[in-house]
Design a binder for this molecule. Structure first.
Ligand code: NOJ
Length: 741
């Protein structure tokens, strides 16, 4: 008597029921425990192994970059792939993992989805200048929807590194210089990317680079970091903390050291802070090769030593270098790493594989139909266009040159304005610049009389003939729109620059165009605040465009014509000169602060340049004007349980409807640790019609007046505070407040 199909199916179901980890109705913890019992040490170690399988986003592995080896997947030797994407391609590999490996553990597919996947949004630094948390969250969820359709489960964003050094190419990836705003933005991006991770349309976020990578010396990529615990707690940690509290599934160890120990193996960072203080329940991934790079740091003698230090120091998944798979089983046998530590890491990784639904519905992320319909859809592009509009910062607008009427005869000058290859930065995932709208295209569509000239060439140098051609075009124009700055590919990882002035060729071009007497609008393209000192006098208006993404030209046309009235405020101060870096609004007073007008001797200052930034944090103009009045509070003394209500009236006193970011700063006048001259504590973005006024109310709690000691304890001390409210960190009204016990 043979088995019938009914018997076979019944038997399979019985076997499956016994395999608790395959039962979708069982609690995740029980499923993980069941699966862990079945796994060999080698299979557990396989879960820690993340291999690169596509575009190189770091140096090639010692044996060269290789395409995925199916047998390694079958053998359970890979837990995750980086840079392997596309619905069909991910599906092909996931099938092997799920259907052909012994336990059928699915793979995680990861990629740097930094500011969009196919539809490219403005770079995160620019997006942050909108101060619009809802929009920032929405932008991240659009990126998630596109990326998950292409099979991805995980993005390496948001970068929560505070940085005050625009020489560092990666400032483009962060939210600027302020820890409070950085935290709110990091959290908004985590919410947008992740949702609740249950619908197959959201990705795991990764808070990076833990910790203090934004403090690299002299802005040099992969460089040394030396910060105190006081700075760590008060300046660098708050954004990571906020993003983790928003539920980020993963964190990435940074390339740098903290207190002389590489972050990857740093027990203070990974255990004391992350695990014990922040109660982080997700898992950590190294940055590219940071395990093996500990040998170059001079912290590990060889691969085995590096691996033991990394895993014992809190390391979990290893990106690219693949030494766990080679040496970890042996290290465990030798007792150099305990099985408990390995199990803890594997459990955390498996948790997210269950949470994403990968055991029950393994192929839902690789969705070719959705990949086709959602990628670069009209609605995604519309959202990206709005994001680009709200990220452009108007730095100067003499005699109300902007906005322009569409019948204005404009000359558009600048090689980058027409060169699509120069539009995008390095971190554009699968964005294709051919599908983006250049400045030239966007502006030509709105200004029928537009004439174009290159003015400089691809490397930003110029020649007499390029200048003469630009002057020729300028002759018949009413207004000259001159696109200056850097090619997009000068922004991002491995793009540190010592010279961040506007290139000399472009300066010369502007100087010659200035002689025509025609009004000039400088359109600055860059992934960082550049030194604009040399060109501020050469342009009547300056619009900091950053790198706006797929909808560049359309958004620029919206802004220049006034269809969108600029409302962005810079989140990073613009230095007067490279020698002034770092320059930031929330500095400490020192024992020798300068006098208000900068005169006198023996003060903390430069003899050749001012102390103040050219354009400080929080600064940005609108086509309209706003008046602030009636700053008041419901108390002048308060205790720890009180809420202090601060009210201010803001009125649109100009000719256009517009939006204003109302900012509130505090200063703690005397404390057990010195406090910055100003700290952002609240803000609200208000929309005001012409002539309209609104009362903005901020409710401050004791928490807003607290800070950290060097062990991360929160301190709230009685004493005097100043409160400032205004439209920029440098243009504020003030009143005094006292905290009593
Ligand atoms: C190195 C970068 O530092 C990190 O941010 C990125 O996520 C990885 N490479 C992967 O591309």
């Amino acid at each position: 008597m043979g088995f019938s199909w009914v018997n076979i199916i019944a038997l399979a179901q019985f076997e499956n029921r016994k395999m608790l980890y395959k039962n979708p109705n069982a609690p995740i913890e029980k499923r993980i425990a069941d699966l862990m019992k079945r796994m060999t040490i080698e299979e557990k170690v396989g879960q820690l192994n993340q291999l690169n399988a596509g575009t190189l986003t770091g140096p090639a592995a010692p044996l060269g970059n290789k395409a995925p080896v199916m047998q390694e997947i079958r053998d359970g030797k890979v837990g995750s792939y980086l840079n392997l994407e596309g619905a069909a391609y991910t599906l092909k590999h996931q099938k092997v993992a799920v259907e052909e490996s012994r336990l059928g553990i699915p793979l995680l597919f990861a990629k740097d989805v930094i500011h969009g996947y196919k539809t490219i949004f403005p770079i995160p630094l620019a997006e942050a200048c909108s101060w619009d948390l809802k929009a920032i969250e929405q932008n991240a969820s659009v990126a998630s929807a596109e990326a998950t359709a292409a099979g991805l489960h995980w993005t390496f964003a948001p970068m929560c590194d505070i940085s005050t050094d625009p020489r560092w190419g990666r400032v483009m990836e962060g939210a600027g210089e302020d820890p409070y705003l950085g935290g709110l933005i990091g959290a908004a991006r985590v919410r947008g990317f992740q949702g609740d991770l249950s619908d197959g349309k959201h990705l795991m976020a990764c808070v990076k680079h833990f910790a203090a990578y934004g403090a690299v010396e002299a802005g040099k990529e992969y460089g040394h970091v030396d910060v105190s615990r006081f700075a760590l707690w008060n300046k660098y940690l708050p954004p990571y903390k906020a993003a983790i509290e928003a539920g980020a599934a993963t964190i990435m160890n940074s390339f740098n050291v903290f207190e002389g120990v590489p972050s990857t193996a740093n027990v203070y960072l990974n255990k004391t802070i992350l695990k014990d203080k922040f109660k982080f329940k997700g898992f950590a991934i190294s940055d590219w090769d940071t395990y093996t790079e500990m040998i170059n740091h001079g912290y590990a003698a060889n691969n085995q030593d590096a691996l033991a230090k990394a895993i014992n120091g809190g390391g979990m998944m290893e990106m690219n270098s693949s030494i766990s798979i080679q040496y970890l089983p042996q290290l465990i046998k030798e007792g150099k790493v305990s099985i408990k530590v390995l199990d803890e890491a594997v459990k955390r990784i498996l948790y997210y594989k269950f949470k994403l639904g990968l055991f029950d519905n393994s192929y839902r992320y690789s969705n070719e139909a959705r990949e086709k319909s959602e990628s670069l859809s009209a609605s995604n592009r519309a959202i990206a266009r709005k994001a680009a509009c709200s990220s452009m910062v108007l730095l100067k607008n003499e005699k109300e040159l902007l906005p322009l009427k569409t019948n204005t005869k404009v000359a558009l000058i600048g090689y980058y304005a027409k060169s699509k290859a120069d539009m995008f930065d390095f971190w554009v995932a699968k964005g294709d610049y051919n599908q983006a709208v250049s400045m030239f295209e966007g502006l030509s569509a709105k200004f029928p009389n537009l004439k174009y000239s290159e003015g400089y060439s691809s490397d930003a140098t110029t020649t007499d003939s390029l200048i003469n051609a630009a002057l020729e075009v300028a002759k018949n124009a009413d207004v000259l729109l001159v696109n200056i700055g850097l090619s997009g590919n000068k922004a991002g990882e491995d793009r540190s620059l010592a010279n961040i002035k506007i290139p000399l060729g472009q300066q010369r071009l502007l100087t010659e165009l200035r002689k025509t007497g025609k009004p000039i609008v400088a359109l600055v393209s860059s992934g960082r605040p550049m030194v604009l000192t040399q060109i501020t006098g050469l342009a009547d208006a300056i619009l900091q465009c950053w790198i706006p993404g797929t909808e560049t030209g359309n958004a620029l046309a919206d802004v220049l014509t006034g269809a969108y009235n600029p409302s962005a405020k810079t989140v990073m101060s613009f230095p007067v000169d490279e020698g002034q870096i770092p320059v930031y609004y929330n500095y400490f007073n020192t024992g020798r602060p300068t006098s208000a007008d900068g005169s006198g001797n023996w003060f903390a200052r430069y003899r050749d340049i001012p102390n103040e930034a050219l354009f400080p944090f929080g600064y940005g103009l609108s086509y309209t004007t706003f008046a602030y009045s009636d700053l008041k509070t419901d108390k002048t003394t308060f205790s720890k349980s009180d809420i202090v209500n601060v009210n201010i009236t803001v009125k649109n006193t100009g000719k256009y409807d517009g939006g204003e970011v109302v900012q509130l700063y505090i200063r703690d006048l005397a404390a057990s640790y010195i406090r910055p001259v100003k700290e952002l504590k609240a803000f609200e973005k208000v929309a005001l019609k012409v002539g309209e006024e609104k009362q903005v109310r901020f409710a401050l709690t004791a928490n807003d007046f607290s800070f950290y000691d060097m062990d991360g304890n929160t301190l709230l001390e009685s004493g005097d505070f100043e409160i400032y409210v205004g439209g920029s960190s440098s243009n504020v009204s003030k009143f005094d407040l006292k905290l009593i016990k």
